[in-house]
Design a protein around this ligand. Sequence first.
Ligand SMILES: [Zn+2]
Length: 233
Amino acid sequence: MSKEKGQGRDITGNKYNRLTAIKFSHFGESKYKSRYWLFKCDCGKEKAIGKEYVTGGYTKSCGCLFLEVKTTHGSTRNRTLTGAYLSWQSLKRRCLNKHEVVYQNYGARGIKVCNRWKKSFANFLEDMGERPSREYQLDRINNNGNYEPNNCKWSTKKEQANNRRTTILINYNGETKCLMDWCKKYDLAYSTMCYRRRVNPEWSLEQEILHKQSLTYHILYIIGAVNPYKQRN
Ligand SMILES: [Zn+2]
């Protein structure tokens, strides 16, 4: 790289801890006009970081190192296995490996991994960032949707459980939707339906629809809007 005015010493290709300098990026906005360089981290992520922080050894990675140290309490033998990495491996197993038991609930159900994430962990890390802490898991916003950037977020197990509760999948007339959507479609009371299913797990969507129809019919009969004894034409 040619040395341009004001960019200081060329550090292209130099490695500082996990970070390898790629090229000069920009000047910081503060009055000190610190020089930012683009670094490639060992984990694959690229990040612009103030040069002095890196060359001085204050910043040793894109942030993955800090999170690794924070989230591994010595139980993980290999320190390079970060939370994000484990999640990435796990989602690939669920969706792509037919020999995995969990594949039944993911890949077999048509849940896919976007090509970008299938291709590399670096892409996944870039889109999702490191797992915030051990309390977090990768969660799909739409439970029928794919593993892709706009359908994924890190959520705590508790948040995920809440999400699951609202996304009970039901197949009806050859169509699969979550219970919430079915209730909307047939104008059923979601909470009532959940209650009935808690009491009787066998209670089906069809039963609920028929129940509602008969109830409606009954009411219409009482108010005289329909007459079952009169032939329909
Ligand atoms: Zn990194």
